[in-house]
Design a protein around this ligand. Structure first.
Ligand SMILES: [Zn+2]
Length: 240
């Protein structure tokens, strides 16, 4: 009996050790190196490897500003890091979008807030995360831009408006091959609620900006519903 209990104890100990390893082992999202206690999500070297845009220090219009040289008036724009295939930024965004790492989104949002504490993108009344279709949100479990927005909002003491702008339908534009059909589809992507008129200046938050087409469509939808509302844009990453 005593031997049995001893063996059972051994099995439980081994099982819990294994489980502990499973639950508590943290590896770098980019290089897979085991993280030390002070490191979160990335090892120190990989955090250093994130390529900064320094858009916030640039006096002339940035590459991001240049995307919005359209009739839509955007007040301020900023993106913290460059997004590139194979780079640390891609590993972070992949984990944020597909690996069920919801706390990572809030962490990165708070990180953005700390880095941009003195930037004019902070001078807004509310934050609007780029909406995704409810079906996509259900499949993924969350909207990654909403997590970034929550992290930012907590640091800056701002509300996150989740319901005032919503995605209308799945973007089926890819099935249409002509350029104009696609643009028309992007333009009709969002529904806005009348309450948007209560705000003076909103900050739209996204994870990665590539062409800016979605943000332009979203800004247009907001302007159409509330022409007086000023719009600024902020993203974690900007495609190089
Ligand atoms: Zn690493």
């Amino acid at each position: 009996m005593a031997t049995y209990i001893k063996q059972l104890g051994f099995v439980i100990k081994n099982y819990s050790d294994g489980l502990g390893h499973l639950v508590f082992t943290n590896v770098c999202l980019h290089c897979n190196k085991e993280l030390v206690v002070e490191e979160r999500y990335l090892c120190w070297l990989c955090w250093e490897g994130l390529e900064r845009t320094y858009f916030e220090l640039q006096k002339t219009p940035t590459k991001l500003d240049q995307l919005f040289w359209t009739p839509i008036e955007i007040k301020h724009t900023c993106a913290l890091y460059f997004y590139q295939k194979g780079a640390v930024s891609q590993s972070l965004i992949r984990a944020l979008k597909y690996d069920f790492k919801a706390p990572l989104g809030i962490y990165l949002g708070a990180h953005m807030a700390t880095m941009l504490n003195d930037h004019p993108v902070r001078n807004v009344d509310a934050i609007i995360p780029v909406p995704i279709h409810p079906r996509k949100k259900f499949a993924r479990g969350y909207n990654q831009s909403e997590l970034l927005a929550r992290g930012l909002a907590k640091e800056w003491g701002l509300p996150v408006l989740k319901k005032l702008v919503q995605k209308k339908k799945h973007n089926t534009s890819q099935t249409k091959n002509d350029r104009f059909g696609r643009w028309d589809n992007v333009q009709n992507m969002f529904n806005t609620q009348a309450e948007i008129t209560q705000y003076k200046h909103v900050l739209i938050v996204d994870d990665v900006i590539t062409t800016g087409a979605t943000l332009a469509a979203l800004s247009q939808a907001i302007k159409a519903a509330a022409p007086h509302v000023q719009i600024s844009l902020l993203s974690f990453a900007f495609t190089k």
